[in-house]
Design a protein around this ligand. Structure first.
Ligand code: ZN
Length: 226
């Protein structure tokens, strides 16, 4: 299973210039991706459409909206940042009922985020969780500034900074430090999440993959974070 996800992920990293023509996913339960590999493949294809300006805006028709009244069968959980430039449904070219999205600044975990992801994985049996960081993440930049001696952040924002701090590489400086922290933070969140006993059991059984990824604002490409 992991090999399969890695192989699909390699496509995510390498990318290809042609527009992926994966079969339409559809709004019903019957045609959903049901494995970690097929779910990741659908996201790779969707991001390929997005970054080449060939979006299909799937699953938004009158019929789909009506079908979804009866229930939802999303095929991937995406934990992304709150940043307005990285809406998961857009950058993966998905529609209604396709993704269970959880968003917090810097993809930071707390009880509500963990509970929301657990709902998707354990109740809705979603086979894939993607932790989606992104280039120029303001939350990570704020955490780096705070670690460099900046003032305490007001209100609940200090919680975000405290959670991201372990991802900061003190051997780096400036923009390189922020960029490395963005990637390291994705790894950190992925490891914390994958260590949750219920998640670990699903991963061990081959029923779930928890993968990290980064969205680049400049290329609009999502690439896997190993
Ligand atoms: Zn961000």
């Amino acid at each position: 299973m992991l090999t399969g996800v890695a192989a699909v992920g390699a496509g995510l990293v390498a990318g290809s210039s042609h527009v992926p023509m994966a079969p339409r996913i559809g709004g019903g339960a019957g045609s959903r991706p049901t494995t970690p590999e097929s779910a990741l493949r659908a996201l790779v294809a969707g991001n390929g459409r997005w970054r080449t300006y060939h979006e299909r805006h799937p699953d938004q028709t009158r019929t789909v909206r009506r079908t979804l009244v009866a229930g939802q069968h999303p095929f991937a959980v995406v934990l992304g940042c709150v940043d307005s430039r990285v809406p998961p449904e857009l950058v993966f070219d998905q529609g209604l009922g396709d993704l269970l999205t959880v968003r917090s600044a810097g993809e930071v975990l707390d009880e509500a985020v963990l509970g929301s992801i657990a709902y998707g994985v354990l109740e809705l049996r979603i086979p894939l969780v993607v932790i989606l960081g992104h280039q120029s993440c303001g939350a990570v930049a704020a955490a780096v500034r705070a670690a460099e001696g900046g003032p305490r952040l007001p209100g609940h924002m200090q919680y975000l900074v405290d959670q991201i701090r372990p991802a900061i590489d003190r051997g780096l400086r400036g923009a390189a430090r922020i960029d490395a922290a963005i990637t390291a933070n994705v790894r950190l969140v992925r490891e914390r999440l994958a260590a949750e006993p219920e998640m670990a059991a699903k991963v061990a059984a081959g029923a779930l993959a928890v993968v990290g990824a980064r969205y680049e604002l400049t290329s609009q490409r999502v690439r896997l974070v190993r």
